[in-house]
Design a protein around this ligand. Sequence first.
Ligand code: SAH
Ligand code: SF4
Ligand code: F3S
Length: 505
Amino acid sequence: MDRKSTKDKPLSEKTTEDFAHYFQTTYTPPDIKKARKRGRDKIEVHYDFEISDNLRQIGEGKKFLIRTYGCQMNEHDTEVMAGILTEMGYEPTERAEDSDIILLNTCAIRENAENKVFGEIGHLKSLKVEKPDLIIGVCGCMSQQESVVNRILKKHQQVDLIFGTHNIHRLPNLIQEAMFSKAQVVEVWSKEGDIIENLPKVRHGKIKAWVNIMYGCDKFCTYCIVPMTRGKERSRRPEDIIQEVRHLAAQGYQEVTLLGQNVNAYGKDFEDIDYKFADLMNDMHKIDIPRVRFTTSHPRDFDDHLIEVLAQGGNLLDHIHLPVQSGSSYILRKMNRKYTRESYLELVKKIKKAIPNVTLTTDIIVGFPNETDEQFEETMSLMEEVGFEAAYTFIYSPREGTPAAVQKDDIPMDVKKERLQRLNELVNKQSAASMKSYEGKTVKVLVEGESKKDDTVLAGYTEKNKVVNFKGPKSIIGKIVEVKITEAKTWSLNGELVKKAIEVN
Ligand code: SAH
Ligand code: SF4
Ligand code: F3S
C-alpha cells in the first residue's frame, strides 16, 4: 500500500490538534503538566502481556533496526522492544537500508542528545522516499516532550510513529496502526502508575544483563527532565526481580546490573511490605551469580542499612557510582539535591570506613545557572577530597519544562567550557593515578570477548569496572579469570593471564 499517496496535504500545514479527529488514528500527545504531577493511584502490576495471533505475523519476512541514544535504562528498553518485535516475526538487521522498521530510542537529558536524534531523523528522509513502506518510529524520552512531538509532526513527515516510555508494551498495536493509518501515529502517556511484568526481551549478550528494579523518578532535581519523561517512582515486586536474577544465573549470566534512576528509593512506594533497597541487595547477595552492580544511587537515600549490606562483599561489588553533581552546598540547594557538601562527605566517610577498598565514581554538572568561580572551585576540591576514580562530567544544558531552565544565567559559555576542561584534566589525572596503582597486582576479570583491534587479545572488566586487555584462549570468554596487570593506560589496563577460569558454580 502506498501510504504517501493517501496523504492529502503536507503535515507542515496542519496544527497538531487537527490530527485526532481529521484522521481516525491514535493521537495522544504528551502533556508536561500532567507528567509533573504525582498522583496517589495504586500501582498495578500486570502479568498478562500478550501479543495477539494476528499481530504475531505482521513482521514475518521483515527486518528491524533500533538505534539507542540514552542511558542503560534506554538500552534495556531497546532489549524489550527487540523482544516484542522478534515475537512479531521481525528479524534484526544492522543496516538501515535493509530495514522495514527503524526505531530511534531517544534521550532528552541534554540538548546535544536531542540534536543527534534530529540529525538522524533528517538522514532517514531519503530512505523513506525510496522505501515508502518503511516505518520510522521515534520513542524514548524525547517523545515524552510536547515540543519535540510538535516539531516532528510539523517538520518531519517521514516519521510514522511516535510513542512514549510508558507505551512500549503497546508496540504491536502501534505498528499495526502505523502500517494502515494515513497519518502519523502518536501515543504518549504522560502519567503512568503501572508496571508490565512479562514483556519479552532479546538481551544484548549472554554474559552481563540489565535488570530494572524500579521505574521513574520523584526527586525533581531542578535541571533534570527525567521525572517528566519517566513518570513517578514505582518499584517492581521483590519476588519478580529475584526470580529474574535467578533465571539469569541459571542461564549462565555472570553479572547483573540493577537499574533505576535512584535505586536507593526502591521499595518506598510499597504499601503492603517493608522492603527497601538494602533488603533487595541482601537477597541478591544470596543468589548464586558472581557479580551484582547497581546504578544509579542518589546520595540522599543511601542509608546505614545499605552500607552494612554492601560491606558483606561477595557478589556485591565494591564499586559505587554516587553522583554528586556539585561540590557547593549553595548550588546543591539550587539543584534541589537535598544534601550538602558536608553531608555528602560524611556519607563518603562512612562508606569508606565500612568498605575500605571501595572505588567511588560520580557525575558532575558544571555551569549550573550563575555558578560562581568559587562555587566551581568547591567542586574541584571535592573531586580531590573524595578521590573519585572516574567521573562523567557535563556542561549544564537547559531543559524546557524544568525549573532551572527559566532562570537567568550570567555565566558565559566559554567560562563553562573552560571549567569543564579544568575539571576533566583533574578527572584524567585521578583516573590515571588509580590505574597506575594496579600495576603488578592481580585482578579478577570477567572476559567479555575479543579486542576489536586484535583478535588474539581478549578484553574484560574488573570488579571495579576497569577494562583489561590480555592474551588468552577464546574458550575463557564469559568466564572470570585472574590477570596480572603489567601496564596501566589512562582508561584501560594491559595484563597477563594468571589462572584459567575460576569455576563459579
Ligand atoms: N538518576 C541519576 C542521573 C541520571 S542522568 C542520578 O540522579 O544520579 C545522568 C547525569 O546526567 C546526571 O547525573 C547529571 O550529571 C547529568 N544531567 C542531568 N540533567 C542534566 C542537564 N540538564 N544538563 C547537564 N547534565 C545533566
Ligand atoms: Fe534526574 Fe535527579 Fe531524578 Fe537523577 S535523581 S533522574 S538527576 S531528577
Ligand atoms: Fe536519557 Fe531518558 Fe535515560 S532522558 S538518560 S534516556 S532516562
